[in-house]
Design a protein around this ligand. Structure first.
Ligand code: GLU
Length: 508
């Protein structure tokens, strides 16, 4: 049965979703599913100056790829819709007005130039300018707390630019609870009377966020640490409206792998690993940023890695399917301190997941790569190859380097290995080996191994003398799986052809 746990992921569509944003979405999703609740996507697009056209679609595509779909959101079960703030404009004005009516907000007409002058004046004296009870009614700031009602109306009617500010209470030690950080207290005298509504008819993030969380019946606000400073205002707003306050949980920052500070959107390109779930083309610069998906990560490996950036299950276990994450997830085990991102750990997770994937699925992923190279082998053959090489692969894209010799003759021979292993007499020995192999009827791995080893024993020479040049002939380098397995896979004709080729190319 559905519970009354309702959480939302509320990104602003200002660009691609950074992995920090995906982690916020993931924790919200895990929390919702763990409690049989509802996971909501709300697009917070009130700041039109930062709006990026394809960002919303990117966010939706990213959640889909990550396999963490939302239950309610734009065009999906719009129970308390619309879920795009730009489509809810009318609602916010009403609540800004309501706050003015009940004395919790006021109109302010100060221009940004005026405010700059105040700020600079304070700075000169070594103080910080805070727009609140210290100065809002002292006469130097222009607002409806000092102007007459007629004057205020007049200014609005003549189109003067205004904002609506929250009237922060004076001299109060505000006590708040955070599910991760515990009790937090703040002196309200240090808070700014934040802008709730702008003259252009748009609410600011603060007002829209609270109104929406209330009407969408959000029970828990789970979001990044960067929003912690907004929590006092949000708590005060709920109180001003007389609404129930949801529970808050502020997630730790994701930090750079080395050095200090938050992992930024630019770090990926700078440090050489993706910071976005999906590749992203910047329409203005045409620059492409890498994505985990396009880099070849499996979505479940990516999600498992992300889950551990700030949370741990309290046991040694590291590999968790999405279902297992849902069961194990607990806000109480989310840490307060920042989580260092590690590209090495990301690829470790990917490698672990590679081993758990079904050969048939990996085969389906490999076949298109082979087709592009003009190789048309039956699925059964490709699957055998995949099962042989996958333990050495991290990405599907590694398959070709690990297995090209199962499909094509070596294009070149490793120079160093050739010099060391193709010596005087090797060509003659290989020629003899061709005769031996030609006479073998049963070309299974076991049988060729037996016959070739017998021949080597009879000749009383070291195994390496034959095996190394043979490996070079078949693979082109001294790498790859069991040699007789390769022989059985490529078959007699190709085996003989490759040895002849090597003799021709490597005899000096
Ligand atoms: N729109 C905010 C963001 O972009 C949402 C903050 C919140 O979840 O309250 O992160």
């Amino acid at each position: 049965m559905e519970s009354n746990v309702r959480v939302r992921f509320a990104p602003s569509p200002t660009g691609p979703l950074h992995i920090g944003g995906v982690r916020t979405a993931l924790y919200n999703y895990l929390f919702a599913k763990k409690h049989n609740g509802t996971f909501i996507l709300r697009i917070e697009d009130t700041d039109q100056t930062r709006y990026v056209k394809n960002a919303e679609q990117y966010i939706i595509d990213a959640l889909k790829w990550c396999n963490i779909p939302f239950d309610e959101g734009p065009n999906t079960n719009e129970k308390f819709g619309p879920y795009r703030q730009s489509e809810r404009k009318e609602i916010y004005k009403e609540y800004a007005d309501q706050l003015i009516d009940i004395g919790w907000a006021y109109y302010a007409f100060d221009t940004s130039e005026d405010l700059d002058i105040h700020r600079k004046g304070h700075e000169k004296e070594g103080k910080t300018f805070i727009y609140n009870w210290h100065n809002r009614e002292k006469g130097r700031l222009i607002n409806s707390l000092v102007l007459s009602a007629d004057e205020v109306q007049n200014r609005i009617n003549t189109g003067e630019n205004y904002v609506i500010r929250f009237k922060t209470p004076q001299d109060e030690i505000l006590e708040m609870d955070d599910e991760i950080r515990g009790k937090i207290t703040i002196d309200t005298n240090t808070l700014d009377d934040k802008i709730l509504f702008k003259g252009d008819g748009m609410p600011t993030y603060h007002l829209a966020n609270i109104v929406d969380d209330h009407f969408m019946e959000i029970s828990h606000v789970i979001r990044g640490e960067e929003w912690l400073p907004s929590m006092p205002l949000h708590v005060l707003l709920y109180r001003a409206f007389g609404w129930n306050t949801p529970k808050f949980a502020h997630l730790p920052l994701i930090l750079k792998p080395v050095g200090k500070g938050k992992l930024s959107k630019r770090d990926g390109d700078k440090l050489g690993f993706p910071v976005f779930p999906l590749a992203y083309t910047n329409e203005e610069t045409n620059g492409i940023s890498r994505g985990y998906k396009e880099d070849g990560y499996f979505a479940d490996a990516f999600i498992n890695m992300l889950a551990f950036l700030g949370w741990n299950p309290g046991t040694e276990q590291e590999l968790f399917s999405l279902e297992a994450l849902i069961q194990a997830f607990d806000l109480k085990r989310v840490s307060k301190s920042g989580a260092k991102f590690s590209p090495e750990k990301a690829s470790w997770f990917q490698q672990q997941y590679m081993q758990t994937k079904e050969d048939a699925l990996l085969t389906d992923l490999y076949i298109p790569i082979l087709t592009k190279k003009g190789i048309d082998k039956d699925k059964e053959y490709v699957q055998k190859v995949v099962s042989e090489i996958k333990e050495r692969a991290i990405f599907v894209a590694d398959f070709w380097d690990l297995s090209s010799f199962f499909f094509v003759n070596p294009q070149e021979y490793d120079a160093k290995a050739s010099k060391k292993n193709w010596k005087e007499g090797t060509s003659e020995l290989m020629q003899e080996l061709i005769t031996v192999l030609s006479n073998i009827g049963d070309f299974s791995s076991e049988n060729t191994e037996k016959e070739v080893k017998e021949w080597i024993s009879v000749k009383e020479i070291g195994f390496g003398k034959v095996m190394q040049p043979l490996r070079l002939s078949l693979v082109g380098k001294l790498a790859g799986p069991h040699l007789f397995y390769i022989i059985a896979m490529i078959g007699k004709e190709d085996t003989l052809y490759r040895i002849e080729n090597a003799i021709e190319k490597l005899s000096s």
